[in-house]
Design a protein around this ligand. Structure first.
Ligand code: C5P
Length: 405
């Protein structure tokens, strides 16, 4: 994360603040931007003033944009011209809907519409509001119109729920602003990521599957895209929202997943990350009709599924390949075994247990490669994914054998 004292020298940043609880974190954003040499002007909506005071924002070095400031009350036009970037954090569902519809009925929406500067929006809202198709459609619309989105993160929320909707942390927002003007560590890297479980049909209503939520894989796809990679995410059935800037391909079975991976190989692949919890076996035959209750016991014949990672390891040219190992015991030993058997470059091991690994928001990772291993302590999957993306970038730059021309 940028520790350079002047990574944003003289940059003009307009910070728009809307009325969500996360507004209390905005003085920290201002402080971090100022530390990096940026000039910061802030525009608050009426509701934002209930969560953060002008006094606090001024105290950390921001200038307030007020309608009466500009010539003939044209502060919004003045600020829109002045800005090198407009950042809205937190952006409520209501604000996002107004922005997506082109509204210009207060100083902040007017400023966003009137500027030619890049726009970065950090959504923050209750989990259910975030997941609503209308909010997702509004966000997609913003992205289609060139707006950059950051977050939201997942975790405990002010409303008492847990899930996606928390504003991205100030450090991440400032990092996104810094990296916008600088080269990103994974620029030009084409990445294929698998995520989620697979569903193997037994009959038209029953499946064989596992408890993977897809959270880790989606977090990795988001982190790779944030660092500049062109990401295709081949995903089994999950309820996770598609990360911003990621191309998503939905599949159901392991065989579908392999076919989709092979199809997208044509687009070029420098990096392959297999986080999917692919079912190792599938029913030999899916019954065309519902299997009826009958004898006291029923024997199912299962056959092995293809191993996607091992297939990818045979590709020429070969991408840099990262596999995952979810274990209940002897993590490092099993991870090392997978590294060798599947011919991988890196295996990321995690233990399944209460509050970690499968279906949880947190995880602890052990990275295993041919040189040794390193353990990263428990953290959110989002934070670990960002750390892993940085680690992968470091490895690709040191050993660019995975990059195709
Ligand atoms: O062999 P195991 O399933 O434990 O290995 C886990 C790793 O292998 C994960 O990276 C997973 O995505 C990948 N895998 C795969 N195809 C399979 C099974 C697992 O790519 N059929």
């Amino acid at each position: 994360m940028g520790n350079s004292s002047a990574s944003l020298p003289g940059r003009h940043i307009v910070l728009g603040i809307t009325g969500g609880i996360a507004a209390y974190k905005t003085p920290d954003i201002v402080r971090r931007l100022r530390e990096r040499g940026a000039d910061v002007r802030v525009a608050l909506t009426h509701r934002a003033r209930q969560f953060v005071t002008e006094t606090t924002l001024k105290a950390v070095g921001a200038t307030l944009i007020e309608e009466q400031d500009g010539p003939q009350g044209m502060a919004h036009i003045d600020a829109a011209r002045w800005a090198d970037m407009v950042v809205v954090a937190p952006a409520t569902a209501h604000f996002i809907s107004r922005l997506a519809s082109g509204a210009a009925d207060d100083i902040l929406t007017t400023l966003c519409l009137a500027t030619e500067a890049p726009l970065l929006v950090a959504p923050a809202m209750n989990r259910i509001m975030w997941e609503k198709p209308v909010t997702q459609t509004n966000c997609r619309r913003l992205v289609e119109h060139g707006t950059m989105l950051i977050g939201p993160d997942s975790g405990p929320q002010a409303c008492g729920e847990t899930g996606f909707g928390r504003m991205a942390e100030p450090a991440s927002i400032v990092h996104a602003i810094e990296t916008f003007w600088g080269p990103r560590s994974l620029d030009g890297v084409r990445a294929l990521v698998t995520a989620g479980p697979t569903h193997e049909p037994l009959d038209p209503v029953r499946i064989l599957t596992n408890r993977s939520s897809g959270k880790m894989g989606y977090a990795i796809a988001a982190a790779l895209a944030r660092d500049g990679a062109e990401v295709t995410l081949v995903t089994g059935p999950t309820t996770q929202p598609t990360p911003v800037g990621v191309r998503r391909v939905d599949v159901t079975t392991a065989a579908d997943m392999l076919a989709a991976v092979q199809e997208h190989r044509q687009d070029g692949c420098d990096l392959f990350v297999g986080t999917a919890a692919v079912a190792d076996y599938r029913p030999e035959q899916a019954s065309p009709g519902k299997i009826k209750k009958g004898p006291a016991s029923l024997t199912l014949v299962l056959v092995r599924n293809p191993d996607i990672l091992s297939e990818v390891a045979r590709w020429q040219p070969r991408p840099y390949i990262v596999g995952f190992a979810l274990e209940t015991e002897r993590l490092e030993e099993h991870a090392r075994q997978k590294l060798q058997e599947k011919n991988l470059d890196l295996v990321v091991g995690n233990l399944a247990g209460p509050g970690t690994g499968i279906d949880s928001d947190t995880n602890a990772l052990t990275l295993v490669d041919s040189n040794g291993s390193v353990s990263w302590p428990s953290d959110t999957k989002i934070a670990l994914a960002q750390r892993l993306a940085a680690e992968i970038a470091r490895r690709l730059n040191r050993d660019p054998h995975g990059r195709q021309n």
